[in-house]
Ligand binder design. Structure first.
Ligand code: QV4
Ligand code: CA
Length: 508
């Protein structure tokens, strides 16, 4: 009895850090701006069979419609109501997606924009994705309803200008966005009702947008009102997975650690620093990655949500700066994502983007606002080419062989310790995960040739970067591991992808 009580207490306390993925799946993918109908299909045809644990979806609630510029992606970060009604689809389509994804063991995580409503400067009217009325000047959002006293104007009606002042960051407006008074029980209840509606439909958790701009105690009060997850797919008493968007690169008033009580936090140092290392900027070398993770000043592994890039910093929004690697730098990007997925630190999120016409002037992309591929504002379908890549300008990084196979690698080595580190004091490094997987990188300007201890049982393994294991054969390189666990690796510095990865399931 005592033992059961203790277990359920531990279960309760830890629940909001647990993504509730099925079958030990270890990575999720952000299908940025995808339609619900396309995500439902992707869960069934690709994500479930390839071992992805879940999908972060774009905000599903009604948002403002912006015409100048024309339908930017960021209009979805300006809520008008909590109706499930956006360019990604309506509530029926959302429900169908959640059901079909859960039925194949792929979870849905919602991007919850609860710090604010739309920008203060937008005109009154019905320019919104479901036609709901808005009057920013009067702070009226009758479809919720919210009115003037539900906002923080009495505390601050200007913009955040000083990130060294926690009061400003949390009570003033982020980019002019009308800031909700989350200390009011009425506002907390409206937000919780929205999130509970999604939980009851079957979502597994939430990304809390702009969490840095909310008081940790206010977030907690909202979370305390949330239902347990739907028992159709989750065990009794499961709490929603929570990861909070807190950009903490150091040097500001607000620290990510203030939010640990509520759930995980996004670790932005991860992509910023890894990008610097892979680019070999500031004298960084891959050999320095030996103590990657907490050793680099990052939050504890079990509190971190990690990623190489996100929808903001891949286009110069948010933080991270010019070191951030994206699909535009494909070769280095694949190495960075490969490193992330092989390394035990944090809970991992893979980015899946769309292509847009970049237009740099004075170092800034003038087209950083461009929305998803569309016909007159209607989001285009994600089509699938014969070679399994995506059409219609959807990049689908998660379908790149190297990335998709490293998601499988992470599942195979789940729970195994970081092991057998090797480096050449420069940019050739290797490490394993117990006796289940091993990865080798050559980011130097000369060839790698080395015999390394892999920790793996003897046998022939398929490299899952240059190819796949298909019908008992390798379509790419083979690696022979001897009875002493050692294998010889050769990686040219001009290889298309200068890294090799092998694991228990890639053994012939
Ligand atoms: C403009 C002026 C303001 C003026 C206001 C008046 O710039 O000075 O007061 O009009 O109405 C858009 C425009 C922005 C505009 C604003 C309000 O770009 O120019 O202000 O709308 O109309 C995304 C985009 C923002 C966008 C916002 C809302 O990145 O450019 O603003 O959506 O549409 C910090 C935060 C972090 C945040 C990051 C971007 O700590 O929380 O900045 N990241 C999250 C999301 C991000 C989103 C928001 C937060 C806001 O990941 O995508 O911002 O929900 O680091
Ligand atoms: Ca706020």
């Amino acid at each position: 009895m005592k033992f059961v009580l203790l277990l359920s207490l531990i279960g309760f306390c830890w629940a909001q850090y647990d993504p509730h993925t099925s079958d030990g799946r270890t990575a999720i993918v952000h299908l940025f701006e995808w339609r619900w109908v396309d995500i439902a299909k992707e869960c069934e045809r690709y994500l479930a069979p390839k071992g992805f644990g879940g999908v972060q979806v774009s905000p599903p609630n009604e948002n403002i419609v912006i015409h100048n510029p024309s339908r930017p992606w960021w209009e979805r970060y300006q809520p008008i109501s909590y109706k499930i009604c956006t360019r990604s689809g309506n509530e029926d389509e959302f429900r169908d997606m959640v059901t079909r994804c859960n039925n194949v063991g792929v979870r849905i995580y919602v991007d919850a924009v609860i710090n604010h409503m739309c920008g203060s400067g937008n005109p009154a009217g019905t320019s919104s994705t479901c036609g709901s009325y808005l009057n920013p000047n009067n702070r009226e959002f009758p479809a919720v309803p919210y009115s003037a006293w539900d906002f923080n104007d009495n505390k601050c009606n200007g913009e955040i200008s000083n990130y060294n002042d926690a009061y400003q960051v949390r009570n003033c407006r982020l980019s002019g966005l009308l800031d909700l008074a989350l200390e009011k029980d009425y506002v907390r209840t409206k937000v919780a009702d929205y999130m509970n509606h999604l939980i009851d439909i079957g979502v597994a958790g939430f990304r809390l947008d702009a969490a840095k701009h909310m008081w940790p105690g206010d977030i907690k009060a909202v979370l305390d009102k949330l239902h347990n997850l739907n028992t159709k797919w989750f065990s009794q008493g499961s709490r929603p997975f929570i990861f909070q968007e807190v950009i903490d690169l150091g040097g500001e008033a607000i620290k990510g650690s203030e939010y640990f009580g509520n759930g995980r936090v996004t670790e932005f140092k991860f992509g910023a620093k890894l990008g610097t290392v892979i680019r070999k900027w500031n004298g960084e070398k891959m050999s320095y990655l030996k103590n990657w993770g907490e050793g680099w000043g990052m939050v504890p592994s079990d509190r971190a949500l990690v990623f190489v890039d996100n929808h903001d910093n891949q286009r110069g929004h948010g933080a991270g700066g010019s070191s951030i690697l994206t699909f535009w730098d494909a070769r280095m990007y694949k190495m960075a994502v490969g490193f992330m997925l092989a390394h035990p630190y944090g809970f991992t999120r893979v980015m899946s983007s769309y292509r847009w016409n970049r237009n740099f002037q004075n170092g800034k992309d003038q087209n950083d606002w461009i929305g998803p591929p569309n016909n007159n504002g209607v989001t285009k379908e994600v089509t699938i080419n014969a070679d399994t890549t995506c059409g219609n300008d959807w990049v689908c990084e998660h379908r790149w062989r190297q990335i998709r196979n490293m998601v499988a690698f992470r599942n195979v080595v789940n729970g195994q310790p970081f092991a057998n580190w090797w480096d050449n004091n420069s940019n050739q490094v290797a490490f394993g995960r117990g006796n289940r997987g091993f990865i080798v990188f050559n980011n130097d300007d000369w060839a790698l040739s080395a015999t390394l201890q892999t920790g793996l049982p003897a046998g022939t393994y398929c490299d899952v970067i240059s190819g796949d294991k298909v019908d008992g054969n390798c379509t790419g390189l083979r690696v022979n591991v001897g009875s002493d666990g050692k294998a010889h690796f050769s990686i040219s510095n001009s290889a298309e992808d200068p890294f090799i990865a092998i694991h228990a399931d890639s053994k012939l």
